[in-house]
Design a protein around this ligand. Structure first.
Ligand code: CTP
Length: 428
């Protein structure tokens, strides 16, 4: 028995647990295949109540395994081989029961036996009822699994199949695929970017998902002058905003990038307008309208110096001058009520505590459609600001979707895919 091993293609062993979200595993298989990956599915008995092995076999173009006794070469320890030939083992949906069995080290069926026998990285994608998710036993199991090196994705928040509301929904298949691709890039370096197989981005320009759209992006910090040599600034590097501009251009959009003072190269196909202060940024944004989408990633200074000294301020042995501050215009909140409000208005929120609750409140307060929240607490050395990777929560009217820690380019790609999906149906 061998796992399909198209040369060079990343190999994924997908374990499908028994929950209503199992149907989304079918879409995940399709995305993996579309991106050029190879996937072998194992489905639990519970999983078969929701999707059939036949469906998974057709989508994966591989045999599907359901019991230990499927592995005809058990004499050759077939289950060991199956669990180790993959580059990555993905459990999706990971039910409360499967997570508990993984924690306990049980091996009473093919799925759990493979999980106990594997020496490959494991990514678990939980989906369950909100109370089961919040139960102390589940939370303890997840903490233990994470400590043991299993990557456990955060579930989405929103209305559930059972009628309740809260965290526990399976993330969207595109989000899971992005997490898989980011993980594969770490464990099995690929010749090509694992996301580059997404055909929509590589199609003829006129067939790309954002073709014909104008996307406005703000990025970087602003500098608020005090005198000709001094200014108020913040730690934003602009990397996440530039990555979003690049991803939107790759998706076929016309992109205007309004950048505060940063030292980054302009992504190809992007029109860049450099500004320094918040007020200049506000003017540039208004001048770039109309736009279909605005993604306000800039860390705009909330305050500027009330007075600008035309000449460099001197010490002259006197007491230090008081720095009086004035409030800057809120560009995002202004756009939300503008006559030419973009159809999709997205803000970013840098938070150091109560990340989701603060970001939800910010969405309402600023009138944005989505807020992309990131946690910027934590030590400087692994800080989001200036760093290369990011983990974000996308807060929409419908709930919260979490994108696990991944390179900023992958976050950008996932967001742009999400934006393209949001715009699509309304045009039909
Ligand atoms: N923003 C803006 N104009 C400002 C301040 C912020 O357009 N003057 C935008 C940012 O680009 C970002 C969002 O608002 O998309 C959130 O910025 P943040 O600084 O987190 O929000 P604040 O309103 O400053 O909230 P607080 O400082 O209370 O967290």
């Amino acid at each position: 028995m061998t796992v399909d091993s198209r040369s060079g293609a990343p190999r994924i062993l997908l374990i499908v647990g028994g929950g209503i979200a199992a149907y989304k595993a079918c879409e995940l298989v399709r995305l993996i295949r579309k991106a050029g990956g190879s996937v072998t599915c194992v489905i639990t008995e519970g999983g078969q109540q929701f999707v059939t092995p036949m469906t998974l076999a057709a989508l994966s173009e591989n045999p599907v395994y359901t019991t230990l006794w499927d592995l005809k070469d058990e004499a050759e320890m077939g289950h060991i081989q199956l669990s180790r030939e993959a580059d990555l083992v993905v459990v999706c949906p990971a039910t409360a029961d499967l997570l508990a069995k993984m924690t306990a080290g049980l091996a009473d069926d093919l799925a759990t036996t493979l999980l106990l026998a594997t020496d490959k990285p494991v990514l678990a994608v939980p989906a369950m009822n909100v109370r089961m998710w919040q139960h102390a036993a589940t939370q303890r199991n997840i903490a233990w699994l994470r400590e043991s090196g299993v990557e456990v994705m955060e579930p989405d928040e929103g209305p559930m199949a059972c009628g309740e509301y809260g965290p526990g929904r399976l993330p969207e298949p595109e989000t899971i695929w992005t997490a898989i691709a980011a993980r594969l890039a770490l464990v099995a370096p690929l010749e090509a970017d694992p996301l580059s197989g997404q055909p929509d981005f590589d199609a003829e320009p006129a067939h790309r998902p954002l073709y014909g759209r104008h996307v406005l992006v703000t990025a970087g910090p602003t500098h608020e002058p005090i005198d000709p040599v001094r200014y108020i600034a913040n730690r934003s590097s602009g990397k996440q905003g530039f990555a979003i501009a690049a991803a939107a251009a790759a998706a076929g959009a016309r992109v205007t990038l309004i950048a505060g003072p940063v030292t980054l190269e302009t992504p190809s196909g992007v029109e860049r307008i450099d500004v320094e202060s918040a007020r200049e940024m506000a003017d540039a944004v208004n001048g770039a309208l109309p736009a279909d989408v605005a993604v306000m990633v800039a860390a705009v200074a909330d305050w500027r110096s009330k007075d600008f000294a035309a000449q460099k301020m001197k010490k002259r042995g006197t007491a230090p001058p008081a720095l009086l501050l004035a409030e800057n215009p809120d560009i995002l909140a202004g756009l939300a009520v503008a006559r030419q409000r973009p159809r999709l208005l997205i803000g970013f929120a840098a938070e150091t505590e109560n990340v989701i609750a603060n970001a939800k409140a910010k969405r309402e307060r600023k009138g944005a459609d989505w807020i992309v929240a990131n946690d910027v607490s934590g030590p400087r050395e692994d800080s989001v600001m200036g760093g290369e990777s990011n983990a974000v929560h996308v807060i929409t009217a419908g709930g919260v979707e979490t994108l696990e820690q991944m390179p900023k380019s992958a976050v950008a790609r996932a967001l742009v895919e999400r934006i393209a999906r949001e715009l699509e149906p309304k045009d039909e």
